[in-house]
Structures are given as C-alpha cells and as structure tokens.
Design a protein around this ligand. Structure first.
Ligand code: ZN
Length: 216
C-alpha cells in the first residue's frame, strides 16, 4: 500500500512539473512550431492590413508587401524570429489610427518578446513629422539589432522594387529618385548583418537607379 504522505508529495511534485510545463508551452514562442507561428503571423498581418493597399498604381493588397519581405528574409537564411517579425513589421505603424490599434503588448502576447521587440525596432514614431522620421531612419540604422537590420533591409528591398516597377501615380520622377537615394542612405547603416541581403539590396538599388535614369 502506498504511504499517503509520499503519495501526496509525489503528486505535488508532479503538479508543479505540469504547471511549469504548461507555463512554458503557453509562452508564445513555445506554443507553435516555427511553421505554425509563421503562418499565424501571416494571417494576423493579413487581417490587420485587410483594408490597406500599396501606394503603387496597381493598388496591390498591402499584405503582398509583408509576404515579400518575409520571403526575402527566409530565402537569405534570416532566423525564424526575423521572418515572423518581417510579416508583422508594419502592423503597429499602420494600425495606429485604427479604433483598435495593434500594440507592442499585443504582439508580445501573441508572438513573444523577441519578435515584438524586432517589430518595435522597425516601427517609426508616427507622432513625428515625416521628414524627421526619414532622417532618424538614416541616423539610427547602425544601432539596430542584427535581426532588425535584416527586417529593415528586406523592407527597403521590397519598397525599391515597388518604386521602380509600380510607383505611386502621384510620385513624379524626382520624388522617386529622392526615395531611392534615401533608401540607399538608410541601407548603409543596415549593412553587415546578412551579406546575402546586402548584395540583394545593392543589386535592387542599382536596378532601380538604372530604370529611373532610363526614364529621365
Ligand atoms: Zn514595410
């Protein structure tokens, strides 16, 4: 017969182990496999951006942009947390005027601290004037984490492709040239985190400049 005292303490130990396991497995980073978390982030981004369109003449759904950013990151060996952050990188900034904006805390709850912090590093402070935000991106790029540098560089690659291939109808040639030049200045500070992304940025930058020069 089992001694009740031993049985109770064994049960306590088991309960404590189970509680620790549940706590761990309910932490966002542990709850899903990497693939499941990526798909969850893609669905989350698609919902946040459901009514958003890219500025380009073709008016693509905005989620195409964040999917492209995530694809660029995944194809260049970026760590999973950077790919997930790539999917989510515009959710806070682009929902700030919504009735129920996406907050940093919400991303921490859903995707964990690490992903939420990468997104925060890639999020502009929209209370600042646009020119100030653009200047800050140049100034602060080199101080970002490695993962945030990758996300921001992939974002710039996607945006340069769009500016060259499907520019906003209201952007004249000079504005497009200015944008490409600015992206190049931000990218200087983002270099070094991922050589493959650096090379892809350089090729995309050159192609955009060649295309714009041909149109001038
Ligand atoms: Zn973006």
């Amino acid at each position: 017969m089992v001694d009740p005292a031993i049985s109770v303490s064994a049960q306590d130990a088991l309960d404590a182990r189970l509680a620790r396991f549940r706590q761990r497995s309910s932490a966002p980073a542990m709850r899903d496999s990497t693939d499941a978390m990526m798909l969850r982030a893609a669905v989350f981004a698609a919902r946040v951006h459901a009514t958003h369109r890219r500025k380009g003449a073709s008016g693509e759904p905005y989620v195409n942009h964040v999917l492209e950013v995530a694809q660029i990151l995944a194809e260049h060996g970026a760590p999973p947390e950077a790919v997930v952050a790539g999917l989510l990188h515009d959710t806070v900034e682009d929902s700030s005027d919504d009735p129920d904006p996406i907050t940093h805390e919400r991303l921490v709850d859903e995707f964990g601290e690490q992903v939420a912090c990468i997104v925060a590093e890639a999020t502009d402070d929209k209370s600042l004037p646009k020119e100030t935000r653009k200047a800050l991106q140049v100034k602060e790029a080199s101080a970002k984490s490695q993962a945030a540098k990758m996300v921001k560089l992939a974002d710039k690659i996607s945006n340069l492709r769009a500016i060259a291939m499907s520019p906003p109808a209201s952007w004249d040639h000079a504005r497009r040239v200015e944008y490409v030049g600015w992206a190049g200045r931000v990218a200087i500070g983002l270099r070094g985190a991922n050589p493959g992304l650096d090379a892809l940025f350089d090729a995309t930058y050159r192609a955009a400049m060649v295309r714009l020069a041909a149109e001038a």
